[in-house]
Structures are given as C-alpha cells and as structure tokens.
Design a protein around this ligand. Sequence first.
Ligand SMILES: CC(C)=CCC/C(C)=C/CC/C(C)=C/CC/C(C)=C/[C@@H]1[C@@H](COP(=O)(O)OP(=O)(O)O)[C@]1(C)CC/C=C(\C)CC/C=C(\C)CCC=C(C)C
Ligand SMILES: [Mn+2]
Length: 429
Amino acid sequence: MTVALLWVAIPNAEVSNSFGFFHSVRVLDSAKFGSVDRSLLFKGKAKKGRNLKWKPSSVNIDLGNPCIGSGSKLPVISSMVASPAGEMAVSSEEKVYSVVLKQAALVKRQLRSSEDPDVKPDIVLPGTLSLLSEAYDRSGQVCAEYAKTFYLGTLLMTSERRRAIWAIYVWCRRTDELVDGPNASHITPTALDRWEARLEDLFQGRPFDMLDAALSDTVTKFPVDIQPFKDMIEGMRMDLKKSRYKNFDELYLYCYYVAGTVGLMSVPVMGIAPESQASTESVYNAALALGIANQLTNILRDVGEDARRGRIYLPQDELAQAGLSDDDIFAGKLTDKWRNFMKNQIRRARMFFNEAEKGVTELSAASRWPVWASLLLYRQILDEIEANDYDNFTKRAYVSKATKLAFLPIAYARSFVRSSRMSSPMTSP
Ligand SMILES: CC(C)=CCC/C(C)=C/CC/C(C)=C/CC/C(C)=C/[C@@H]1[C@@H](COP(=O)(O)OP(=O)(O)O)[C@]1(C)CC/C=C(\C)CC/C=C(\C)CCC=C(C)C
Ligand SMILES: [Mn+2]
C-alpha cells in the first residue's frame, strides 16, 4: 500500500498541510488505479478527443468582452494587436475565445438533455467503488477545509455533480499550491511538466493517487475536456517566469489561464438548464467572465501582498498612464492617483461580473445557488476595497462572516430566477 493511500486515511491535519506531498510521493496502489486497463474499469467510455474544428467568423467580431463598448475609459481590447515590429498578432481575447468555442462545441449535445445522460455508470470492478467514494469524500473534505462557503453551496447540487465539482476543485487547488504553497520555491518548469504528464495520465484512466482518481472518474462521467486543465498549468508556468504584465491583453491571458479555465471546467459538470434558450457559447463566455472577474478581484485585493513578493500584476501601461510606477506600489503610496487608478480597475472587474451574471441564470437549477453565492461574495471584495479607501497595500479586503451569511439567502432567492435572453455573441445584433 503506498503513501498516497495512507495519506487518504490520515485525518484532517494533512489537509492543512498544504498538500506537502507533491512530487515527492510516487505512486500508488497501481493494482487498483495505475495499471488497470480502463476499459475493464468502466462500463461506458468518455466521449473525448473529437476533432472539432472552429474558427472565429471574423477578426473584428464582438467577442463579448465587457471591456469593449462605448463610454469605457479603459483601454479597449481589439481582436488584433500590433507587435513591436508592427506585425498584427492575434489578441489574448481572441485566443481565449477560440478555446471557449471549442469547449462549447465539445459538450453542446450532452449538456442540453434533461436527465443527466452525460453521467456515465459507476466503476464496476469489485472493491473499487468504495475506494472511489473514499476519494470523492476526501476531495469534499479538502474543499470544505479550503472553501467552506463554496462547499456548502455544492451541497445543493446532485451528488454526482457535487463530487465531480469537488474533484475539479481539489485538482485546481493542488495546481495552485505548486506555485503558491510551502514547496513553491522548489517548483521548476520541469515539475510542472511532470504535473501535466500526470494530468494526461489521469485523463487516460491512469490516476497517480486517490485525489487524481476522483478526477479521473469525473472526466469519464462528464464531458470535461483536458484543454482548460492544461491551460491552468500554463498559467502556473507563467507565474514562474513572469512578474510584470505589459498591458491588459497580457493580464487577460494570465487571468484566463489561472481562473477563466475554472469556469470552462465547471460548466460541463454544472449543466445548462434544459429549457435554456441561450447558446452554449454564451454560457461558456459567461463562465469565462466569472473566472476573469474573480482573478482580477484577487489581484486588486492582493496588491500589497504580491508586491512584497516582488510581483505586480497590474497592467504596466495603465499604471504609467495614471502616473504611477512600480516604486509607488512597493512604497505603498496611498495617493489620489492611486485611488483613481483603482477606481478604473474595480470598474473593469465589475464589468466582468456583470457579464457573468447573464450566464448564471442559464445553468441547471441546482447549480445556480453556489455560483450566485460565489459571484456575490467575490464581487463584495471590490466593495470592501472601496470601504478601505483603496488601501490594498496594508489592508486585505475581506467579506465578514455576517455579510457572507446575509448573501446566502440572496443567492438562494436568485437561483430561482432564470431568463433566456442570452444569445451567442457571434450572432447577437
Ligand atoms: C455561466 C456561469 C457563470 C458559470 C459558472 C462557472 C464557474 C463555476 C466559474 C468559477 C469561477 C471561479 C470560482 C474561478 C476561480 C478563480 C480563482 C480565484 C482562481 C485562483 C487562482 C490563483 O490565484 P492566486 O494565486 O492569485 O490566488 P490565491 O491567493 O491563491 O487564492 C486560483 C487559486 C486557481 C485555483 C482555483 C480554485 C482552487 C477554485 C476552483 C473552483 C472550482 C473548481 C469550483 C467552481 C465552482 C463554483 C460554484 C464557484
Ligand atoms: Mn494562489
């Protein structure tokens, strides 16, 4: 019996241990997980790897980015950006949108049916079922430990969906811990390559440990594609080599990698309401917007903390336009220039939240509550930054327990409202 299986049996203390086992632990009870022929383990086969082609209909289409639009004083993102050499390059927004289209196309059929037919039958090998449910329970514990409110929200979902979301959550948390956790200083690009190889293995039915096994099972049951997972690892690679972002285009790509991807991973599990009239692409676009909004909020909340690690995620060109320098940030100068700059950044983050709102109402009924709760609570952090008079150098904006509790019934009430006024950003007038 290997370390990983023992780890699963160790109570909560290990959870707070920030997943200190990464990369040092090697496998697993391969008889149970690693080397078993996947086709023996599963009755149904995941419908993955279809070679769908997609292309943006025009480079100038409205990509549904909330930064585009009249009246915004923020830099507008165009579909094409000029390189220093004057060549035209595809913008981050367009690159990301092509992933959104691909993800939407991959799952279109499965997500719209009413009785969860996308949920594949359970593992059939004797003894494996209980191990698997242990793996899912463990994922739930980790989720509860790290994100209590979100965990509570998942309890309303069907059990298949809930445990799938836990498995995805845990994988994301572990991926983030690689570059942010206690072992971060030992993490090299090679370690991330290994993490990616391990991801590929689990998608092919060869999980490395118990927590991977839960995700491995999830991806056979829901039409979850590997691309957003790989992209999240790419975001972590970016974090290893980059500590400045020239402009919003660069920052947008980073936000997609580390957070927009979460939206794309989650929608296939959360499901779109069967009665929804919205295009699948528009729902994915909203999910992407929620991830971007959350990450922008994270960045605005953590300016001081990041600066102390030598990192500035804010777009350099916008800082310069506002008359601000890196040194102002390192010195934590709370000036009117800074306040005005922050007002614009907050406004942009709110635009992404607004874009996301349009999609929540299209999700399957039981998935709406946790998403509303997460959206309302995260957006509230922006209000807290304002309440702190934009001092995100020395104060960490947070949402109090009382405010959280007040938001939960609001989120619950909102989850009963649904509208189908969305249409594809490709076809809307
Ligand atoms: C149509 C529609 C609106 C659908 C909803 C789609 C959906 C569920 C979107 C979820 C968006 C979301 C919660 C994104 C997470 C963004 C985030 C905070 C990313 C963090 C990255 C790194 O940031 P940083 O290091 O700067 O921050 P920390 O100081 O470390 O916090 C992340 C930490 C990446 C890892 C992400 C997670 C651990 C969250 C994963 C969450 C899920 C899989 C569940 C999502 C489901 C719900 C209901 C919110
Ligand atoms: Mn982190």
